[in-house]
Design a protein around this ligand. Structure first.
Ligand SMILES: *Cc1c(COP(=O)(O)O)cnc(C)c1O
Length: 379
């Protein structure tokens, strides 16, 4: 029997070369040559005003929460169907999280449900571009402008993905909100094991972001010769990754076109070849709104009920193929269920119960998985 994992990190082959180079340079702490190369890549390619590498997207979210000065009692609005870090970063600063339902047609935040929950304590909206598929940013921007809220885009899954606005302009995800956060965890498209990036689009945040990033000191300004000594001037933490991580990431970024091309091929194969099987079995398919692009981060199926979903996962497992589900809606999690205000978030719960992700990685033999599903799985 063959075994197919859910994820397998892809290495371009250059990672160890660049790590050796970083080691040989004698500087392996953060903010060196490779960190700058990676940050520069994001600024030039996507038009981010200032990019700062972090050790994870979780860290970048924590930096964002500090930057917008979240205080106890401030309200932060986000989808319930997301990873815990999206919420934790703001909870850690005392925020109250207001969870919003997903859309019927895809798991992203239902923008039409946001305005009704806004109170004078609202401080920020955190759209999560689930599966790299853009949220309806024009609608979200309109609400944010009306109520003077910050937008923090959770782009953990959204590298190399775009949003086309009602003005017809195509923008990179991560350049629309005030701040955005990316992940290079080994399950994402571009990886460094653990890793992340803070993207700043509102210039007001740049100077302070560097300080928070450098443990609350003005060390970056000192190294640029802008101040003659460096000292403790704000709160901060250890958010910088080492040059070893940045060197690894650089090998991935150099090959981003190749990686994305292969991922899109897998996605299109799944999409084209499973269509009639899903139709026969009344299984739902990913939906990409016309304003969103597809960065081939994941491929998911939506079953009619949890039994069918779980049977599918079990049958696939017995055939050696690992498929996984996620997320338990955050509003109904152990940690949050007694804090939630009781609003029913039906679509979020449906995705929790009925969604499954198919294996997705560069070296995958997706045709084998497709034929297994078509020939072996009956619901
Ligand atoms: C992966 C992920 C994160 C966390 O990323 P890390 O780099 O592992 O901290 C946050 N939000 C979403 C939506 C994610 O998918």
């Amino acid at each position: 029997m063959y075994q197919v994992p859910f994820n397998k990190p892809y290495f371009t082959g250059k990672e160890t070369t660049y790590i050796q180079d970083a080691v040989a340079s004698g500087k392996i702490s953060g903010n060196g040559k490779y960190t700058k190369k990676c940050q520069n890549f994001f600024e030039k390619k996507y038009g981010i005003k200032k990019a700062l590498m972090t050790t994870s997207c979780t860290d970048a979210l924590e930096m964002a929460a500090i930057l917008i000065n979240i205080k106890p009692g401030d309200e932060v609005i986000m989808p319930s169907y997301t990873f815990v870090s999206t919420a934790n970063a703001f909870i850690m600063r005392g925020a109250k999280i207001i969870f919003i339902d997903s859309k019927v047609e895809h798991p992203g935040i239902d923008e039409s449900k946001i305005e009704a929950v806004i109170t004078p304590k609202a401080k920020a909206i955190v759209p999560v571009h689930y599966a790299g598929v853009a949220c309806n940013m024009d609608a979200i921007l309109k609400i944010a402008n009306k109520y003077n809220l910050f937008i923090i885009e959770d782009c953990a899954q959204a590298v190399e993905s775009y949003y086309t606005g009602i003005d017809g302009k195509k923008k990179s995800l991560g350049t629309i909100g005030h701040i955005a956060t990316f992940s290079f965890h080994e399950t994402k498209n571009i990886i460094s094991g653990e890793g992340g990036l803070l993207a700043i689009n509102d210039e007001r945040f740049i100077e302070r972001a560097e300080i928070i990033w450098e443990k609350g000191t003005n060390r970056s300004a000192f190294f640029r010769g802008e101040v003659n000594k460096y000292s403790w001037i704000d709160i901060g933490s250890s958010f910088l990754p080492s040059e070893i991580i940045a060197a690894f990431l650089w090998a991935q970024l150099e090959n981003i076109s190749d990686i994305q091309e292969r991922r899109k091929e897998i996605w299109n194969n799944y999409n084209d070849k499973l269509k009639s099987w899903t139709y026969r079995n009344q299984v739902g398919f990913p939906f990409i709104p016309s304003y969103a692009s597809n960065n081939a981060h994941m491929f998911y199926l939506i079953f009619q009920n949890t039994d069918k979903r779980n049977n599918f996962i079990q049958s696939m497992k017995s055939l050696g193929i690992l498929c996984v589900f996620h997320y338990i809606s955050l509003h109904s999690s152990e940690f949050f269920k007694f804090k939630h205000d009781g609003r029913e978030l039906k679509n979020s719960d449906l995705y929790s119960k009925n969604l499954v992700r198919l294996p997705f990685f560069y070296e995958l033999n997706e045709n084998k998985i497709i034929s297994t599903i078509i020939n072996e799985i009956t619901l």
